[in-house]
Design a protein. Structure first.
Length: 105
């Protein structure tokens, strides 16, 4: 899961919602800009998520997406924004099921 964030105003909500999903992620990559990295790492630990926190020092939204892609190790990349988080606990599982035509492997 790749999550860009500028200012990190909603990052705690995003992490909480991702933690509450019915699937576990291989990794959560947070592309942060204008944030305190140490605070973000602490929030990840408190949420119980394995996060890679990368500071985006320049560029715009698309740069954050590409930088996240470059640092991802999974076979399938999912993107969300820190303020566009799924409300339904099974939403990401449903997206994966649709992607794999019902086979979650």
């Amino acid at each position: 899961m790749i999550v860009p964030s500028r200012g990190c105003n909603y990052i705690n909500y995003a992490l909480s919602t991702l933690r509450g999903q019915t699937i576990n992620f291989h990794e959560t990559i947070l592309m942060v800009k204008g944030c305190n990295i140490k605070e973000v790492e602490d929030l990840c630990r408190k949420a119980g998520l394995s996060c890679v926190v990368i500071e985006q020092r320049s560029g715009f939204f698309t740069h954050a997406l590409n930088l996240g892609k470059k640092n991802a190790t999974g076979d399938l990349l999912l993107y969300t924004d820190d303020d566009a988080i799924p409300v339904k606990r099974s939403r990401l599982q449903e997206i994966l099921r649709e992607h794999y035509n019902g086979d979650l492997r």
